[in-house]
Design a protein around this ligand. Structure first.
Ligand SMILES: [Zn+2]
Length: 327
């Protein structure tokens, strides 16, 4: 089977169009129902195609807002821009990271399945019908309800030196204050991995989090997206140089602090603050065991506090903090 999903607009002709991906979804409250995922395309003659996605996790808001804002500003493009602001639309409707229909994390099911569940079918369509048309993909993320990040643009540490160098130029063209070269904890099933395996240019972001959106992060994302579109020749002009060159960081072993205790988190550092190895990052209090001493988690490396657990309570195994180190 090719796909069960249809698209209400032509993705290949010149012009600006908004429409929907239609995913059949017969269910208790809608017998012949479907899910309609908004999609926008702008095409102006020959040139590269850039696919911009957000909302693969349904509790991240900066990316979808930046893509909706960008769509309103896309006038003359050379080549094509495809925008999918709420890729996992059922998850966005439910304000949850995973889909309420099949409980799948869309960024762990790529390459997806044409005859799979709703999330798998959507992932398959994104890869086989949208990524297949694209020369470059930017997938916008943030921390969602459980993490908060210093707004940043992200690439992977790619083994091929040419592809690494080409991706790094695009990373710096984005012009974010912080640019991360990341080694994933668990890269299987990610859109990132699927796109990179096909040799296409891939960038991501972490734009904040906490299950909300903040004005500075959205502005940074919009400026960065326009800069990369200029860098790729899809928008006219040169990328706007940032006030200061991006600070390049990475996350070698020891940068991720995982909670070994459940309890109440007392953050000891703000996001973006400088950290020295051995410095306390957070304290976990045992609020049910009155009198038991709290546990302090310390940094293993020098750097800056890049991400932190967002809710006030932490469970064993949660990501408590991430330190990023200068490259
Ligand atoms: Zn995400």
């Amino acid at each position: 089977m090719d796909t069960r999903i249809s698209c209400t607009i032509d993705l290949d002709g010149d012009g600006f169009r908004r429409g929907f991906l239609v995913v059949p979804h017969s269910r208790d409250d809608s017998a012949w129902g479907s899910i309609r995922v908004p999609i926008t395309v702008a095409r102006g003659g020959p040139g590269p195609t850039v696919l911009l996605t957000a909302g693969i996790h349904g509790d991240e808001y900066e990316g979808p807002i930046a893509l909706m804002r960008l769509a309103d500003q896309l006038e003359r493009v050379r080549g094509r821009v495809i925008l999918l602001p709420t890729a996992n639309h059922p998850a966005v409707l439910a304000a949850t990271r995973t889909s309420p229909i099949d409980r799948l994390n869309m960024n762990r099911v790529f390459p997806g399945r044409a005859d799979g569940t709703v999330t798998e079918t959507l992932a398959h369509y994104v890869l086989d019908h949208l990524v297949a048309r694209a020369d470059a993909v930017i997938d916008l993320h943030s921390g969602g309800r459980t993490l908060d990040f210093v707004p940043s643009v992200v690439m992977h540490d790619l083994p091929d030196p040419d592809r690494h160098a080409r991706t790094r130029v695009a990373l710096l063209a984005f012009g974010a204050p912080l640019a991360l070269v990341l080694t994933e904890l668990d890269a299987a099933g990610m859109l990132d991995t699927a796109v990179e395996e096909q040799g296409r240019l891939f960038l991501s972001t972490e734009l904040g989090g906490g299950g909300t959106a903040r004005p500075g992060a959205i502005a940074m994302a919009l400026r960065g997206l326009r800069n990369v579109l200029r860098h790729l020749g899809v928008l006219q002009g040169e990328p706007e140089p940032p006030e200061r060159p991006s600070r390049l960081v990475h996350t070698p072993d020891g940068c991720f602090t995982v909670a070994a205790h459940a309890g109440m988190v007392e953050p000891l550092l703000g996001l973006g603050e400088a950290v020295a190895a051995g410095q306390p990052l957070a304290r976990v209090h045992f609020f049910e065991d009155i009198g038991r001493a709290p546990v302090t988690y310390t940094a293993v490396r020098d750097g800056l506090l890049y991400a932190r657990h967002f809710p006030g309570l932490v469970k064993r195994g949660d990501c408590l903090a991430v330190v990023a180190c200068d490259l």
